[in-house]
Design a protein around this ligand. Structure first.
Ligand SMILES: Nc1ncnc2c1ncn2[C@@H]1O[C@H](COP(=O)(O)OP(=O)(O)O)[C@@H](O)[C@H]1O
Ligand SMILES: CC(=O)N[C@@H](CCC(=O)OP(=O)(O)O)C(=O)O
Length: 299
């Protein structure tokens, strides 16, 4: 095959992809999309760059992305460096006052700063916020139930109230908010460590977002983890509610969050593999779709 013909065929493939994206771009333009970027998906610089390109793509085709970031592994390594013990119970970090200082420092001072600066290298749209800013996230101490026992997790919170006014201001001005998930404690004068999936779902609900995308380090939801044949591409709210008690630690807060968002009116929540470059674009703008889509029950 001549090289000219090869080039033409490759160009045609690209045109095909663009044409395929058109109906989705038309459908989603103007919609708010909350993207939860998990710490486990921030594997290397190339992937972070691909994430930033996808966010910019969303922005430029008229979607309104809001980034809510995690940073569990990054917090772990800082705690380790500082010699502070940390354990997880039910997928949540037991957070002592000492650990809370590190959580805030790593999320708002390191991970958020890095993402904001990466996005702003493309164009100066990103604005970092902590849930503490402008009353964005107000929380209440969260306890969990383990074998019938109420377990105290320290400074861990559930979102009680979201004040999305500051996010609306930013979005309306063409900005891309990048949110760290620390909440003000409404019952005290302290702060709370909120799981980033939980916070992303609460923010998506409060914004009336159309979609919640959750980038993680697995292909999607497995019905029978870790059986690799049990990956599910679509599941509705009732099916997920039934599955929830059987899920393992990491997936539990994530799927609870997805369900919460759907119940609150978000049209779909997608669990996507953040280790695959441009997985968000594939999920949103192509017919192929990757990952797991959680939808409302059919009426
Ligand atoms: N049913 C399941 N399907 C997919 N992953 C699961 C399941 N149960 C447990 N997991 C684990 O959950 C992990 C993702 O959750 P987590 O580590 O909290 O991610 P993130 O930091 O992105 O929020 C996966 O890497 C996997 O090990
Ligand atoms: C209470 C709780 O567990 N908070 C999390 C907050 C960060 C987070 O959720 O990060 P990922 O999305 O990367 O897991 C933590 O301390 O690790």
């Amino acid at each position: 095959m001549s090289s000219l013909l090869q080039r033409l065929l490759a160009a045609q493939d690209k045109a095909e992809v663009l044409v395929q994206a058109l109906p989705w771009i038309r459908e989603f333009a103007g919609q708010t999309i909350v993207v939860k970027y998990g710490g486990n998906a921030m594997v290397n610089d190339e992937l972070k760059q691909a994430f930033v390109h996808d966010i910019m793509f969303f922005h430029h085709v008229g979607l309104k992305p809001v980034v809510v970031h995690g940073g569990g592994p990054q917090i772990n390594s800082m705690l380790k460096r500082l010699g502070i013990e940390s354990e997880f119970r039910g997928g949540l970090r037991v957070t002592t006052p000492e650990a809370m200082e590190v959580v805030r420092m790593v999320l708002a001072g390191q991970v958020q700063r890095e993402l904001v600066s990466l996005i702003n290298q493309d164009a100066p749209y990103a604005v970092g916020m902590s849930g503490e800013d402008a009353g964005l996230l107000k929380g209440r101490k969260r306890y969990i139930d383990i074998d019938g026992q109420k377990v105290d997790l320290g400074q861990v919170g559930d979102v009680h109230e979201v004040n999305p006014a500051s996010l609306h201001d930013l979005i309306d001005n063409g900005r891309i908010p990048v949110v760290s998930t620390i909440a003000m404690d409404i019952e005290g004068d302290g702060i709370l460590n909120v799981n980033a999936d939980t916070a992303a779902a609460a923010i998506a609900s409060a914004l009336g977002a159309n979609k919640l995308l959750m980038l993680t380090d697995v292909e999607g939801l497995y019905l029978d983890w870790p059986n690799k044949d049990s990956l599910v591409s679509e599941i509705n709210a009732s099916e997920l509610a039934e599955l929830l008690p059987k899920l393992d630690a990491g997936m539990k807060p994530k799927m609870e969050a997805a369900l919460h968002a759907i119940d609150a009116g978000v049209q779909a929540a997608h669990i996507i593999d953040g280790r695959m470059a441009h997985s968000m674009l594939l999920e949103i703008f192509t017919d192929a779709g990757v990952g797991t889509r959680v939808t409302k029950d059919e009426k």
